[in-house]
Design a binder for this molecule. Structure first.
Ligand code: F0G
Length: 474
């Protein structure tokens, strides 16, 4: 194009093909959404997915997004035929196993592509063989938790159906993630959080990304119940994991893990359980990957809850006969949930994978976290339930000492700095130091004082606490 002064005006986008936000949500014709369908897990009714929908309109049951698994899929399929920014997303590259949301509606921040770390100190702590315990670190996502994988699909669906506002209730990570993706999409976001009960870092993140933060006098379960009432009576798009599209993104944690392992699955996968969206999504991913021939066997899925927020573990222990919501209390605020909304879907996962559910104490979570941190990986408290649970179940004989185990780390180390400082600077309730406490020391500002300290640092070794602690924490 030529401007009035005769110069050439560039009309093409210089950074075409890169992760791009325009601040204005795309407009999608409803006819483009015809292949989106959801099915009720209770009564089997199939409903159109071209609108906001969270529960079965016939019986009120939980919904699954429908994915075609009748045609075999090979690993080479993934990433093929996609624009570069989607081929590089650790979620959208698995589009062959995701709902067919139109490309123009997709809001991505380049999520996924998270590392898999094998550390023999963690294996020793769990009671497993060297080389047989690894962690998939979902803290390496744009907002520092696995929620981004779900949110890219949830917010893209919200854009596709023309939502005017997106909302969630949250213990902190969902809210931070929604705030970021809604900002990228150019849609207002409202988040309900239990006042005073989420970490300062997550609250700050959510405020910073520009969501409207509503503090509720009550816990997470109350906030979610209230929001579900609002979204069923008002035109508000719900992005909690009860939404059938969000778990679709979280399925890719499994797909990416299996791909990293050359489609040779581990024996066991352990995951922290709160609202049980991940447990539900992982089971669906395992089931679909098996159905299309990507994996030859199914790993056992083990959900680990905090003892003070363990309704699912108690339900499992009752032989699925008694489910009782509880008032939740745990230091792992991310999973402080007493009435998990995805319970029926999560039960299906445990049944279909011959899985297991257990609970661990706050002290077990904190010691496991301190070790994950001190080997240089780092995670937030809730994430460490995956290692604490593996250790407990190896000791109980539920996991064999020769099995291969992958723990899912759900959030990054800076998500909850208060918990870090309380562990290392404070004492346990019984007045003793925490097992791996690493207290900063003060010295005079002299070379002599520093030099005297040097030997004690070298003697202590690379991991603070007593040298034999990693395998020997009581
Ligand atoms: N780990 C972290 C770090 C979380 O933030 C959550 C959930 C979980 C584990 C549990 O996952 O709900 O799929 O069983 N956080 C939600 C939130 C509830 O609002 O951020 P789940």
């Amino acid at each position: 194009m030529t401007a009035v002064d005769g110069s050439t005006v560039r009309t093409e986008r210089r950074f075409a093909g890169q992760i791009t936000a325009t601040g204005t949500p795309a407009r999608i014709d409803r006819s483009e959404l015809a292949s989106l369908q959801v099915r009720c897990m209770e009564c089997g009714t199939v409903s159109p997915g071209d609108q906001p929908i969270s529960l079965c309109p016939v019986c009120g049951g939980l919904l699954d997004a429908m994915i075609d698994t009748t045609t075999p899929i090979t690993p080479a399929t993934f990433g093929q035929g996609l624009p570069p920014h989607l081929a590089r997303s650790g979620v959208w590259r698995y589009r062959a196993l995701l709902p067919a949301i139109p490309e123009a509606a997709i809001v991505t921040r380049g999520e996924g592509n998270t590392p898999f770390y094998v550390d023999d100190r963690l294996a020793a702590f769990a009671g497993l063989r060297a080389g047989s315990f690894g962690v998939k670190h979902e803290g390496h996502n744009p907002t520092g938790s696995f929620k981004d994988r779900g949110m890219t699909v949830g917010v893209s669906h919200a854009v596709a159906v023309g939502a005017r506002i997106v909302a969630c209730a949250s213990t902190g990570n969902t809210s931070a993630s929604l705030a970021s993706y809604a900002a990228a999409a150019g849609i207002p976001a409202m988040v309900l959080i239990p006042q005073g009960k989420i970490s300062g870092g997550k609250l700050a993140q959510t405020i910073a990304y520009g969501a409207r933060v509503v503090q509720i006098e009550g816990d997470f379960d109350i906030a979610l119940r209230l929001l579900r009432e609002l979204t069923s009576s008002h035109d508000v798009y719900l992005t909690n994991s009860v939404n059938p599209f969000r778990p679709e993104g979280q399925k890719t944690i499994m797909l990416e893990l299996f791909e990293q392992l050359g489609w040779d699955v581990p024996d066991v996968i352990t995951v922290p359980g709160g609202n049980l969206g991940n447990t539900a999504a992982f089971g669906k991913a395992i089931d679909e990957a098996y159905a299309v021939g990507l994996i030859a066997r199914k790993p056992r899925l083990i959900t680990v809850q905090a003892a003070g927020a363990s309704p699912f573990a108690r339900y499992f222990a009752s032989g699925w006969t008694t489910y009782e919501p509880m008032h939740a209390e745990t230091v792992a605020t991310a999973i402080k949930i007493g009435d998990p909304v995805s319970t029926p879907r999560a039960r299906r996962t445990i049944e279909q994978t011959n899985g297991y559910v257990t609970m661990v104490t706050d002290e077990e979570i904190l010691d496991a976290k301190a070790l994950i941190d001190q080997v240089g990986i780092g995670c937030e408290p809730a994430s460490a339930a995956s290692l604490a649970g593996a250790r407990k179940l190896v000791a109980e004989g539920v996991i064999g000492p020769d099995e291969s185990v992958v723990g899912i780390l759900t959030g990054m180390v800076l998500k909850d700095t208060d918990a870090i400082m309380a562990y290392h600077m404070g004492d346990r309730p019984d007045g003793h130091r925490h097992a791996l406490a690493n207290r900063p020391v003060r010295v005079d500002a002299t070379l002599d004082a520093l030099a005297r300290l040097l030997d004690t640092v070298i003697d202590a070794g690379p991991v603070a606490g007593e040298p034999d602690r990693p395998a020997g924490i009581a």
